[in-house]
Write a protein that binds this ligand. Structure first.
Ligand SMILES: [Cu+2]
Length: 360
């Protein structure tokens, strides 16, 4: 594979062969595509993405047929009516009414043909119709540089970067942004719909199978945009209810002395963590600049889905957040990380890790 790549690079160098190299490069790129990939839109697992895929295929095939017909006609005409050295000036005419009517009417018919399913899809993807089980679960998703907050208003619950929904039910997601444009996208389920500051959007989705779905911000939103991901966890109604009631409890109960020490550091002015993070059940940590950490340890990933939630990664994150996720606002705005206050010692990091990992 690598030598093929080298060959293509070599061919590209000679501009003469660019027409050969471009299709080859395209072919190579397409070989990398697979519908098994976690973010493939061709492996749909919900009605909304299915609808979007059907629409894509309609547009794709209609577009392909038009492209081929036009390309063939153009080449045929170029070759057949090419000027020859001894040709005299051709007859000069002004238009052809019949032809012009034909090539105006055909595109109008085509556009009407694709407009009908497109408009239907727009309506169908904005609200679930009555054939779906709809328990009116509404989730508020807020895009922030560079992570996602999820709020369940009817349960009084706020969490971050991992959103749980019941499988086989239509769920409405209201989309907000706190700062700049973001876009909400779960490739196998639904999206992309923009999250616009001061102009709320919404979408609905349904997961047909239980599992973990990958989500991604799909609108360039600044330095760490490519690292702004989330996970959507679809589970049975019972599991979902159990998750909700667990998330509503206070997690902080640990009696482990190291975790206790970490809690005190978290709440200290020197470290300042409490100013940006909420931990329900403590009376100091009520900040909302960073993700809600109440049940931090129950999440599989952190830093917007980019790091697996384990001891080692957490140490890395607390030591040098900017190395792990360049540009993130914790590194930029927290005194211990931007150098305006003493940085954390290894012992302090160990204590903070023990504390955070106790928040089950
Ligand atoms: Cu983004």
């Amino acid at each position: 594979m690598f030598s093929l790549y080298k060959k293509i690079l070599f061919i590209t160098k000679s501009a003469k062969n660019i027409f050969l190299a471009l299709p080859l490069l395209l072919l190579l790129l397409t070989l990398g595509c697979s519908s098994k990939d976690p973010q493939s839109t061709f492996d749909t697992l919900g009605p909304v993405s299915e609808l979007q895929l059907e629409l894509f295929y309609i547009l794709f095939w209609v577009g392909l047929v038009v492209f081929i017909l036009v390309a063939v006609a153009v080449f045929y005409i170029i070759l057949k009516y090419r000027a020859k050295p001894d040709d005299s000036i051709p007859e000069q005419i002004h238009g052809n009414t019949k032809l012009e009517i034909i090539w105006t009417v055909i595109p109008i018919l085509l556009i009407i043909g694709i407009a009908i399913p497109s408009v239907q899809a727009i309506f169908a993807s904005s609200k679930p119709d009555s054939k779906y089980t709809n328990n009116n679960l509404t989730i508020d998703a807020v895009g922030k540089q560079w992570w996602f907050e999820f709020e369940y208003p009817e349960y009084g619950l706020i969490t971050a970067n991992e959103v749980h929904i019941p499988v086989g039910e239509a769920v409405t997601i209201k989309l907000h942004s706190q700062d700049v444009l973001h876009s909400f996208w779960v490739p196998k389920l639904a999206g992309k719909v923009d999250m616009v500051p001061n102009n709320d959007n919404h979408l609905w989705l349904q997961a047909d199978e239980p599992g973990i779905y990958y989500g991604h911000c799909a609108e360039f939103c600044g330095q760490a945009h490519a690292l702004m991901r989330f996970k959507l966890i679809a589970e049975t109604r019972e599991e979902f209810e159990a998750w909700i009631s667990h998330q509503k409890t206070n997690a902080w109960t640990s009696s482990d002395p190291l975790a206790q020490e970490g809690m005190e550091i978290f709440m200290s002015r020197d470290a300042g963590c409490y100013a940006c993070h909420t931990i329900q059940g403590t009376d100091k940590a009520k900040g909302n600049q960073g993700p809600n950490l109440t049940h931090f340890a129950s999440r599989t990933h952190f830093a917007a889905g980019i790091l697996e939630n384990n001891q080692e990664n957490l140490r890395k994150w607390l030591k040098e957040p900017d190395k792990v996720k360049p540009g993130n606002l914790m590194a930029k705005n927290a005194a211990v990380y931007n150098g305006t206050s003493d940085s954390l010692t290894e012992q302090e990091i160990s204590a903070l890790v023990a504390f955070l990992r106790s928040l089950q």
